[in-house]
Design a protein around this ligand. Structure first.
Ligand code: NAP
Length: 320
C-alpha cells in the first residue's frame, strides 16, 4: 500500500510517498481502508522534532515511528479476532494513538476503543477533520476550563483547527456569550460558526479593552500571564492549548497558578468521541475545512499548515 514515510527529521521535504506493507489487525484492532485524514500541528512538531522535546516522544536522532497522521476516517476492511464493536463495511472515524500514527496512508490498524461509527451525514473528509482538534477543544473547555452554562467565554485563535471547534463546542455546552479572536479576513467565518462577538486582533487587544471573561480558551499561546489575569473575571479560568515560544510555555507553567494553566495533551477516547459524534449529528458542531490535498501532496498540506494561517482544518483525501 502507499503511505507517507519520513526517516529523518526536517522540513516537509523529508516526507516521501512510499510502498509499504499493508498492516494486519491485532486481536483488538480493526483494519481501516482510509478515505481521508487530517493534519495537525503535532504532525509538523514530530516531523521537525521541534521543539526539541518532540525527540523524547519519537527518537533522539531519527524518528522511531516513521509514519505521521493522527486523524482518520474510512471503512472497516477486516476485524481482529477479539473484535466485537465493528463489522466489515462500517464507516468509522477516530484518532490514532501516538505510538500508532499513520493515517497519511491507504490503510491503518486502529484499536476498536478509539473508533466510532462515522455520522452518516458527514463526508469522510469532514469526519477526518474532527477528532484531535475537537478532543482538544472539548477537553480544554470542559476539563481544564470547567465550563459552565451561562458563562462568558473567549476563544483566542478562533479561526484555526482547534478554535473553530472550540467556538462551537463552547456554545453547545451552554456558554451565554462566546467571543472569538481572529484576524480581519476571518471575522465573518468566526461569526458564521456561532460566535456572538468577534475581536480582530490586528486592530484591538482583548486583554486591554476592559472586558473580562469567565473562561478563556487559548489556542494560540502568544499571551502573557499578566494579560490573562487582566482579561479574566475574579474567578475566571484560562486553559492554554498551545504555545508560540518556550518562554510563553514556561511562564504559564511557572506563574499561571491555579486558574491559568496549560491543558494536558488531549487524549483520544471513545467516550469523548461519542460526545462529539452526538454534537455532529445534532448539527451543533460542523467541521470547517480550509483546504484538501491528495495523499501524494501531504508535504504541501503540512507546508500550508505550518504557515499558521489555516482557516479550520487541512484535510488529506486518500480515496476520492
Ligand atoms: N494540548 C493539545 O493536546 C493540543 C492539541 C492540538 C493542538 N494544540 C496546539 O494548539 C494550537 C492550535 O492548534 P490548531 O490546530 O488550531 O492550529 P492551526 O490550525 O495551525 O491554527 C491556525 C490559526 O491560528 C490563528 N492565529 C495565528 N496567530 C494568531 C493570533 N495572534 N491571534 C489569534 N489567532 C491567531 C490563525 O488565524 P489568522 O490567520 O487569522 O492569524 C489560524 O486560523 C497549536 O499551538 C497546537 O500545537 C494542542
Amino acid at each position: 500500500m502507499k503511505a507517507i514515510v519520513y526517516t529523518k527529521y526536517g522540513s516537509p521535504d523529508v516526507l516521501q510517498l512510499k510502498d509499504v506493507e499493508k498492516p494486519t489487525p491485532k486481536d483488538n484492532q480493526v483494519l481501516v481502508k482510509i478515505h481521508a485524514a487530517s493534519t495537525n500541528p503535532a504532525d509538523w512538531h514530530l516531523m521537525r522534532a521541534e521543539p526539541f522535546l518532540a525527540r523524547l516522544a519519537n527518537g533522539l536522532f531519527k524518528p522511531k515511528n516513521t509514519r505521521l497522521g493522527a486523524d482518520v476516517a474510512g471503512r472497516v476492511e477486516a476485524v481482529g479476532s477479539n473484535g466485537t464493536q465493528f463489522q466489515v463495511g462500517d464507516d468509522v472515524f477516530g484518532e490514532l494513538p501516538l505510538n500508532g500514527l499513520g493515517s497519511f496512508a491507504e490503510y491503518v490498524c486502529v484499536p476498536e476503543e478509539l473508533l466510532a461509527l462515522k455520522p452518516a451525514k458527514l463526508t469522510f473528509e469532514q469526519a477526518a477533520a474532527v477528532p484531535l482538534a475537537a478532543f482538544t477543544a472539548l477537553q480544554g473547555l470542559r476539563d481544564k476550563g470547567q465550563i459552565k452554562p451561562g458563562q462568558k467565554v473567549l476563544i483566542n485563535g478562533a479561526s484555526g483547527g482547534v478554535g473553530t471547534f472550540a467556538v462551537q463546542i463552547a456554545k453547545a455546552l451552554g456558554a451565554a456569550e462566546v467571543t472569538g479572536v481572529c484576524s480581519t479576513r476571518n471575522l465573518e467565518l468566526v461569526r458564521s460558526i456561532g460566535a456572538d462577538h468577534v475581536i480582530d486582533y490586528t486592530k484591538a487587544d482583548f486583554t486591554q479593552n476592559g472586558q473580562q471573561y469567565d473562561l478563556i480558551f487559548d489556542a494560540v499561546g502568544n499571551r502573557s500571564v499578566a494579560d490573562f489575569k487582566r482579561a479574566l473575571s475574579p474567578n475566571g479560568i484560562c486553559a492554554v492549548a498551545g504555545f508560540t515560544t518556550l518562554a510563553r510555555l514556561f511562564q504559564v507553567l511557572l506563574l499561571g497558578g491555579k486558574k491559568i494553566g496549560l491543558m494536558a495533551t488531549a487524549k483520544a477516547n471513545k467516550k469523548d468521541l461519542l460526545v462529539i459524534k452526538e454534537l455532529l449529528e445534532a448539527g451543533k458542531v460542523v467541521p470547517v475545512i480550509d483546504r484538501q490535498y491528495p495523499l501524494a501532496e501531504t508535504a504541501e498540506a503540512i507546508r500550508y499548515l505550518e504557515t499558521g494561517r489555516a482557516r479550520g482544518k487541512v484535510v488529506i483525501t486518500v480515496v476520492s
